[in-house]
Design a protein around this ligand. Structure first.
Ligand code: HAM
Length: 434
C-alpha cells in the first residue's frame, strides 16, 4: 500500500473486533459510574488554547495539538477533560445541588512520543465530584476507579493504587525549610524521581530549594516511609501531624469500603498536572510493567481559575490504552467473534421472498438474523452461516414450507428439528398475493 494514506502515528483504527473490546470497557465504566449515582456529560473536542495554558502545566501544554482556526482563534484539541469540566461548571455550578457527581468518556489528543501505552489519542474515563471538601469525596472517587477495574475482572493481585497528598508533601518540605514558592519546583523533582534515580534527584532537590544535599536525601528517603514514621520524624510540626491524620482518615474510609487491599501510601506520587492541591493517586499494574492506568486527585482551585465560584473538586482520568493491554495480558478480553441468533437458508431461489419475510419477522422480535445476499447453493449458505457465527440455521425447503414447517439446525450440537413457521414468527407471510 502506498504511504500516502497511512494512518497517522499514534492513532488507532477500530475494526469491529477492537471496537468490541472498547465497547466492553466503556460499558463497564458506565455501569460503575451509574452505580455510584454519577451522570454522564460531554463537551467539545476543540477548545480555546488558553484553557490549557498555565492550568494544566508544562508537560501537557508541550504536547498540545494546537492551531489557528479560520477565524484566527488559537484553539487546541482537548488533551484532558478537567479544564472543560471546570469551565462547564464555572458557568453553572451555582445552580446545581452539591455534591455534583459527573462522569464522561471523552477522546483526548496529546502529541506524545509514541511508545507502549502512550498514543496520540486515547479515551479516558473521567469521574469527578465537585462541591465537597472532605476526604470522604476523595475516598469515593478512588473507590469508583478501583471498582471500574474490578468490574473488568481485575483484582488486588493485578493492580494497586499509590496514594499521596500534596498538602503533606508541602508540609514536609516546609518542615525542612523549603520556602513556599520553591515547593512546586520540589514537586517536579519528586515527580521525576523514579525516572531519574535517588542520586540525581537529591542533587536537583538541593539545587532547586537551597536545602543541603544531606537534608534533601533525608526528605527523599522519607517519601518511601509509612505515615507513622513520617509523623514521628517531625513530632513538633503540627502541619505535618494534621496532614498525616487526614491521610489516615482517608485510608480508613477506603478500608471500610472494602478496597483497602488495593491501596498503598506512596509519597513519591505527585502527579505532573499543575492544578492538584491535595490527595493525589495513580493506579498501576502490580507487576509494575506498564505505565499508569489512571491518575487523579483533588483540585480545589481550578473552577476559580477558569472564572467560576470557588468549589472544592476531586476526580480521576483512566485511560483505555494501558488498561486494554493489561486486560489482554490477564486473559480478560471479551470474545470478539461474530455471532448471530439465526441464519436463514433458502433451498431454491423461489423461496427467497419467504426467507426475507421470516428474517424480518425475527428481526422485529429482536433476534439477530442474516441470510445470503445473493443466489447461492445450500452448502455455500451453510458456510456463510458458520462464518457469521450463527447459533441456529433455519432451512426453508419447498416440501417443508408446503407443510408449514422449517428445519432448524443447532450449529453447536448439529441436531436438527422441525419447527412450524408460525412458531418461528412467520405468522404474516406478508408478500402481497400477486
Ligand atoms: P493524566 O494523568 O494526564 O490525568 O491522565 C490519566 C490517564 O490517562 C493516565 O494514567 C493514562 O492511563 C491515560 N493517558 C494519558 N495520556 C495518555 C496517552 N498519551 N496515551 C494513552 N493513555 C494516556 C488527567 O488527564 C487528569 N485530567 C485526570 C483528572 C480528572 N484529574 C481530575 N479529574
Amino acid at each position: 500500500m502506498s504511504n500516502k494514506f497511512k494512518r497517522l502515528p499514534g492513532f488507532r483504527d477500530f475494526p469491529p473486533e477492537d471496537l468490541t473490546v472498547r465497547a466492553h470497557v466503556f460499558e463497564a465504566w458506565r455501569r460503575v459510574s451509574r452505580r455510584y449515582g454519577f451522570m454522564e456529560y460531554d463537551g467539545p473536542p476543540l477548545e480555546p488554547l488558553e484553557l490549557y495554558v498555565e492550568k494544566s502545566g508544562e508537560e501537557i501544554v508541550a504536547q498540545l495539538y494546537n492551531f489557528q482556526d479560520k477565524g484566527d482563534r488559537e484553539v487546541a484539541l482537548r488533551p484532558e477533560m478537567t479544564p472543560s469540566l471546570a469551565r462547564m461548571l464555572a458557568e453553572r455550578s451555582r445552580s446545581l445541588p452539591k455534591p455534583i457527581r459527573w462522569f464522561s468518556v471523552p477522546q483526548l489528543f496529546r502529541y506524545e512520543r509514541h511508545q507502549r501505552g502512550r498514543l496520540r489519542e486515547h479515551f479516558q474515563w473521567n469521574v469527578d465530584v465537585v462541591g465537597e471538601k472532605g476526604v470522604s469525596a476523595d475516598a469515593e472517587v478512588l473507590a469508583i476507579g478501583i471498582d471500574g477495574l474490578r468490574e473488568l475482572g481485575l483484582t488486588d493481585q493485578d493492580v494497586r493504587a499509590r496514594v499521596s497528598d500534596r498538602r503533606l508533601l508541602s508540609a514536609l518540605l516546609g518542615a525542612v525549610g523549603v520556602e513556599e514558592e520553591r515547593r512546586p519546583a520540589a514537586f517536579s523533582v519528586i515527580d521525576k524521581m523514579e525516572r531519574e534515580g535517588p542520586h540525581k534527584s537529591r542533587q536537583r532537590l538541593s539545587a532547586e530549594t537551597g536545602v543541603s544535599s544531606a537534608m534533601a536525601g533525608d526528605v527523599l528517603e522519607l517519601l518511601g516511609a509509612d505515615l507513622d514514621t513520617v509523623a514521628a520524624h517531625f513530632p513538633e510540626r503540627d502541619e505535618v501531624g494534621q496532614e498525616v491524620a487526614r491521610l489516615s482518615e482517608y485510608m480508613d474510609i477506603l478500608d471500610a469500603m472494602g478496597v483497602g487491599s488495593f491501596v498503598e501510601l506512596d509519597l513519591r506520587i505527585v502527579r505532573g498536572l499543575a492544578y492538584y492541591t491535595g490527595i493525589v493517586f495513580e493506579l498501576f499494574d502490580r507487576k509494575g510493567e506498564l505505565r499508569a492506568i489512571c491518575g487523579g486527585g483533588r483540585y480545589d482551585r481550578l473552577l476559580e481559575l477558569v472564572g467560576g465560584e470557588a468549589q472544592p473538586a476531586v476526580g480521576f482520568g483512566m485511560g483505555d490504552v494501558v488498561l486494554t493491554d493489561l486486560l489482554g495480558e490477564r486473559g480478560l478480553l471479551p470474545n470478539t467473534a461474530r455471532s448471530l441468533d439465526f441464519y436463514v437458508v433458502a433451498v431454491g431461489e423461489e423461496l427467497r421472498p419467504r426467507a426475507l419475510s421470516l428474517a424480518q419477522a425475527l428481526r422485529e422480535r429482536g433476534r439477530s438474523v442474516s441470510y445470503s445476499l445473493k443466489r447461492q447453493a445450500v452448502g455455500k449458505q451453510f458456510k456463510s452461516a458458520v462464518t457469521e457465527g450463527a447459533r441456529e440455521v433455519i432451512v426453508l425447503g419447498p416440501d417443508e414450507v408446503a407443510r408449514g414447517v422449517a428445519v432448524v439446525r443447532d450449529m453447536v450440537s448439529g441436531k436438527e428439528r422441525e419447527v412450524s413457521l408460525e412458531d418461528l414468527g412467520d405468522d404474516g407471510w406478508r408478500m402481497r398475493e400477486s
